[in-house]
Structures are given as structure tokens and as C-alpha cells.
Design a protein around this ligand. Structure first.
Ligand code: VG1
Ligand code: CO
Length: 561
């Protein structure tokens, strides 16, 4: 069929600035006239000449509006000289799977349709992320370029009559403006499952889960929270590892995630926590977010592993994973607000250690340069240089590999780790959907304290505990590979004893402002106390210094992790 593109005039639409990870807005905003068209056109224009004749990967977590957005993206991509789109069947591809496909097929990039852990459905969020040639999220300079283009856009190109279905696997070819344009619809799981099999020892993991004559089965409960990981969990856990029907829940992707918040933490994955707590037969539980890049790990009776500890434990045990045996272990990294437990492992193992701003895009250059093998964020993100995204299923398979190797449960592994290294107690308070002005006034107030510097050297006490401020600043980062700079990445209050309080505004929300307060304190000896009780005095000091309650009127956080 021979098709022709047309040029449609448009005007800039405000507010198309990508945040920490892509553009996220309410579905109804994406449905406004030209909203999606404008953004897709700018995203393509930002590629420059490389776009002509290129191949892009396209797919997402299957949330509401995905189908419409894919139809539109096919029409716009074809009109702009893209020669091929690789699309996941039914539009499904997890964020880690997109990263892997980009790398395997060495294509220009990928468009990921997701608002990640934000709720979905017609009344909730949609999102568009772009990943570059190395498989990683768009770096800041590219996101800025896309945004700049959205402020001046005058037209978009589209092939109105190009309708291509993507429900079934297959290849479709079209003639667009005299050139060939191809849509290849692929199984969303094949490439990713192959990758996991090349990293982990599947026969060993299967033996762990099924048990042997001498060993009882190790019962796992995997919760996909109605997100896209369901299709991967079915293949990997149910089919390959034969973990049994009772081992997976909520593994059919739903476009509204069954009206839940697909965010794997103690608040939103409470169902999983309760199931594991109330059923002694489960040895392990895990949950993922909508697009499959986040993970939460719990042990028997729902023993909770903080993401910061998860990272440290994996760093300490990587040698039991075939991929690292083969490729070696280079450095480690964490985002700035993540607790420093992994730093202690890096020091002991004599590895390079990097502290980057919040957002996975800051890890990519270090991985490409061969200086980084494993990294993580406190926001339930863990991953390695096998791809350039955080990877929920990878993290679970990595944990199961450590468990198989040590023949110990999650809680024992953690306690052993703390005995050896001491413990970084960590918690994060989120105040979601605050009034934007109130939140920025509070940040201004903190900036003011940095400016005068008078707070440095002052002591604060609460419930009999005293903390003295050593330093207060706003975190900035210079990438060691390309020297790019990221400023104002979060206000830090650093105390004499190494404890930290961090304040930043979320860059992934779709309405109002979310304030995140991160609290981190290290104990060498006292390693088995209750984390929330342990950190309470520091929390109170944080509230006192920031005047958070006064500015926002909020008595309690929405989520504590
Ligand atoms: C949050 C997390 C951050 C993570 C980002 C994207 O960003 O804090 O660590 O990289 O989400 O994760 P923010 O700006 O809201 O704090 V995902 O899984 O939502 O793409
Ligand atoms: Co995500």
C-alpha cells in the first residue's frame, strides 16, 4: 500500500517538560488536541539527522491510552522518516525489556509508554519516556532539547491512513512517501528471558524453588501488581522455574492496574506483605511497579529489606551470579538520597564508588565507561550493567541466586550483613500532592538556611538524642565521563555523626508537589532496633528545621517507606 504523509499546523502547548523520568500527566491532558502529537513530534525532531532510516522500539506497561498512543506514534514516526518500529505484542514491553531490545538490536532508541509507579486508568496518569542508543533514559541535555522544541513547535507530520495492528506477532510493511516503512510486532518476553538466562543459573534457581531430596522447596510469592511484569513473571517463574501456580499473583496486566497504585512499597504493596506475613509457608515475597523497573524484597514473615540494604547485600555477594563471574565486578553506585550501606561494601572490596543525583539516567555513562557494575536507588530501584535501566525481575533473580548460594533466608542474610558492616537505618517520608507554592516556599526557606550558613555547628535534640550539624548544602554533580553538571539535586543536612537529612521535590508527580524527606543514620553496634523508632528523633529535627508542617499544613506523611 502506498501512503503519503501530510503536515499539520500546531502551536506550542505549555508544560511538556520531562521530569525525573519522562513526561507524566493525567490521561485527559494527553487526550487534549495535539498534546500527544506535539510531544512525539518534538521527541523525534530532537534526534536530528539520525532519525532518517532509523529503527525505534515502542511499547509500555499497557496502561490506559497506550493503544491510542501507539497508533498515533506509528503514524507520526512513519511520516518523519523512521524506517522501522519494533513493537511489543499488545503494546506491552517493560522498561528493562525496552532497554535490552535497544541494546540487542543496536537501534537508535526506544519510546516507553508508562507513568511507571503512578496509578493508571482514565482518571489517572499516562507518560512517555525516551531511551537512547545505549538503552538508558534520555540524559538531561536531550530532555532539555525536547522541551525547547515543544515551546516553538509549529507543525507535525503524520500519515493519517497508516493503520497497523499490533495484537498479533508479525511483520507489516508499507510504502510511505516512496520509502519502505516496517512494523515488527514481537513477543514482549523472548529477548528478555534470553538475557536473564544468560545472566543467572536457571537450573540452580529451579532447584532452590522446587527443593531436592535433601532440601525443602523455597516458596516465593511474586506480585506484579497488575503491571507489565505479569507477562515476564509467567514466563520466568511459572514456566521456566516451575514455581507453581500459588507463587504468582496479579500477573495479568490491566490498563488501570485494578485501581491500585502499582508502587512496590510497604504502603501500596500491603496485600503482598499481608499474604507473606500471614502464611508461614512463604519464604520470600517480591513486588514490582507498573513498568517493571522497581522491586521490593521481603523475607519470611514479611521481613522487609530496604532498597539501600538490598543494594549492599547484592554488592557483597555478586560472585555467585554467573554474569559477574564472567565479566568481573567494576564499581558500585547509588543515588545521593540512598543510604550509604553499599559504600561500606565498596570500601571493603576495594571498588570504585559513585554518588549520583536521583534518576537512573545518571548511571549510564559510568556503565558505558566500564566503571560501574551494580547500582541502586532508595526508591526500590536496583540494577546492573546488563542493561541501562533498573530492573525489578533481575533484582529478584539476583536475590534468589544469593539465597541459593548461601542456603540462608533473607533475614539471616541481612543480619549477617549488619554484623559485618553495621547498619544504615533509613526511611523516607513522602508528602504527596502538597500545594506547589507551599512546597517551593519550604525549599526556599531551606535554601535560605544554606545561604546564611548560621545553622552549621548548631545542635538539635529530640527524645534525648542530640545531633550537631556539620554541613548543609544543595547537592550538585559533575559527571566524571562527560563533565556535564546537574545542580540543585536536593538539600542535604549532614550531621557530625554521619547521619543525613535530605529534602527534595519529586519530579515524577502529575499534579501538585510531592515533598520527599530522606532520613539516614548509621549504627555500628545497635543493628536490630526498629528502624522507625530509631529514626524518629531525626525525623522530628528535620520537621523542626524545615518547618514542613507550618508551610504545608500537613501533620503526617502520605507514605512512609
Ligand atoms: C522517583 C524516584 C527516583 C526514580 C524515579 C523514576 O523520582 O525518587 O529515584 O528514579 O522516580 O522511577 P522523584 O523525582 O519522584 O523522586 V520510575 O520506576 O517511576 O520510572
Ligand atoms: Co518504574
Amino acid at each position: 500500500m502506498s501512503l503519503t504523509s501530510v503536515v499539520v499546523p500546531t502551536t506550542p502547548i505549555e508544560g511538556q517538560k520531562p521530569g525525573t523520568s519522562g513526561l507524566r500527566k493525567k490521561v485527559k491532558v494527553f487526550m487534549e488536541p495535539n498534546y500527544t502529537e506535539n510531544f512525539i513530534q518534538c521527541l523525534l525532531d530532537a534526534q536530528g539527522e539520525k532519525l532518517q532510516g532509523s529503527t525505534l522500539v515502542l511499547g509500555g506497561d499497557g496502561r490506559y491510552y497506550t493503544t491510542k498512543c501507539i497508533r498515533l506514534t506509528i503514524k507520526i514516526a512513519a511520516a518523519n522518516g523512521v524506517s522501522k518500529l519494533i513493537i511489543g505484542q499488545r503494546g506491552l514491553l517493560s522498561t528493562p525489556a525496552v532497554s535490552s531490545l535497544i541494546r540487542t538490536y543496536k537501534v537508535l532508541g526506544g519510546i516507553v509508554l508508562t507513568a511507571s509507579h503512578n496509578p493508571g486508568g482514565i482518571r489517572n496518569d499516562f507518560g512517555i519516556k525516551y531511551n537512547i542508543e545505549n538503552g538508558g533514559p534520555a540524559p538531561d541535555h536531550l530532555s532539555h532539547r525536547i522541551y525547547d522544541l515543544t515551546t516553538t513547535i509549529k507543525q507535525y507530520k503524520i500519515v493519517h491512513d497508516l493503520d497497523c495492528e499490533f495484537q498479533e506477532i508479525g511483520t507489516h510493511s508499507f510504502q510511505v512517501d516512496g520509502k519502505e516503512f516496517t512494523v515488527e510486532v514481537i513477543d514482549p518476553t523472548d529477548n528478555y528471558v534470553e538475557l536473564m538466562k544468560s545472566i543467572f543459573d536457571f537450573p540452580k534457581l529451579k532447584t532452590l524453588i522446587r527443593g531436592t531430596d535433601g532440601q525443602p522447596p523455597f516458596n516465593v510469592l511474586i506480585d506484579s501488581m497488575n503491571g507489565v511484569t505479569g507477562v515476564y513473571v509467567k514466563r520466568i517463574f511459572l514456566d521456566e522455574l516451575n514455581s507453581g501456580q500459588d507463587s504468582a499473583v496479579r500477573y495479568i496486566p490491566l490498563d488501570n492496574f485494578g485501581e491500585i497504585h502499582p508502587d512496590p512499597n510497604l504502603t501500596y504493596a500491603k496485600d503482598l506483605v499481608d499474604s507473606v506475613k500471614n502464611n508461614e509457608s512463604f519464604d520470600f515475597g517480591a513486588a514490582f511497579d507498573g513498568d517493571g523497573d522497581r522491586n521490593m524484597i521481603i523475607g519470611k514473615r514479611a521481613f522487609f529489606v530496604t532498597p539501600s540494604d538490598s543494594l549492599a547485600v547484592l554488592a557483597n555477594n555478586l560472585e555467585c551470579i554467573p554474569y559477574f563471574k564472567k565479566n568481573g565486578v567494576h564499581g558500585f553506585a547509588r543515588s545521593m538520597p540512598t543510604a550509604a550501606a553499599v559504600d561500606r561494601v565498596a570500601q571493603k572490596l576495594n571498588k570504585e564508588m559513585f554518588e549520583v543525583p536521583t534518576g537512573w539516567k545518571y548511571f549510564g555513562n559510568l556503565m558505558d565507561a566500564g566503571r560501574l557494575s551494580l547500582c541502586g536507588e532508595e526508591s526500590f530501584g536496583t540494577g546492573s550493567d546488563h542493561i541501562r535501566e533498573k530492573d525489578g525481575i533481575w533484582a529478584v533473580l539476583a536475590w534468589l541466586s544469593v539465597i541459593e548460594y548461601k542456603r540462608k533466608g533473607v533475614e539471616d542474610i541481612l543480619k549477617e550483613h549488619w554484623q559485618l558492616y553495621g547498619r544504615n537505618y533509613f526511611t523516607r517520608y513522602d508528602y504527596e500532592e502538597c500545594e506547589s507554592d507551599a512546597a517551593s516556599d519550604m525549599m526556599q526557606h531551606l535554601e535560605g538556611l544554606i545561604k546564611t550558613g548560621e545553622i552549621v555547628g548548631k545542635s538539635f535534640s529530640d527524645s534525648g538524642k542530640q545531633y550537631k550539624i556539620k554541613k548543609m548544602d544543595n547537592f550538585s554533580y559533575t559527571d566524571p565521563i562527560d563533565n556535564s553538571e546537574a545542580m540543585n539535586q536536593g538539600v542535604r543536612i549532614l550531621f557530625e555523626d554521619g547521619s543525613r537529612l535530605i529534602f527534595r521535590l519529586s519530579g515524577t508527580g502529575s499534579s501538585g508537589a510531592t515533598i520527599r524527606v530522606y532520613i539516614d543514620s548509621y549504627e555500628k553496634e545497635n543493628v536490630t532496633a526498629d528502624a522507625q523508632a530509631m529514626l524518629k528523633p531525626l525525623v522530628n529535627i528535620g520537621l523542626q528545621i524545615s518547618k514542613l508542617k507550618e508551610f504545608t499544613g500537613r501533620e503526617e506523611p502520605t507514605v512512609i517507606t
